[in-house]
Design a protein. Structure first.
Length: 117
């Protein structure tokens, strides 16, 4: 029974970590290509609203490789910050974008808090 539980927890840990890392790579690529070019050109960018939550979530992804609970906490807080930032960003909240930005960090954050080795 213990072997099954360890394999199950290990699977969820690596699955959640893979989701968070792939999302981090995608968002970092987006930030570098689109966000910073708008800021350097002097155009208004929506990046500044989501950047603090994104930095916290990416820091959580990196930290979770070494300390699961601390990294999971960072990802969970960063994911919730992204959801809140997108909720208050426009005149009408875009729920799809809230899920797209927040889910890749909220789900792994919850997994890292509850799956322990």
């Amino acid at each position: 029974m213990t072997v099954y539980k360890d394999n199950f927890n290990g699977f969820f840990y690596w699955f959640a970590w893979t989701i968070a890392c792939l999302a981090s790579l995608f968002f970092l690529f987006f930030v570098v290509v689109d966000g910073f070019s708008n800021i350097l050109a002097g155009r208004e960018s929506d990046l500044l609203v989501v950047l603090p939550g994104l930095i916290l979530a990416i820091a959580g992804c990196i930290t979770s490789f070494f300390k699961k609970v601390l990294g999971g906490s960072f990802m969970l807080i960063g994911g919730i910050a992204l959801i809140v930032a997108i909720f208050f960003q426009g005149a009408a909240p875009d729920y799809r974008m809230m899920i797209v930005y927040g889910f890749p960090y909220v789900f792994p954050g919850i997994v890292f808090l509850f799956v322990r080795k």
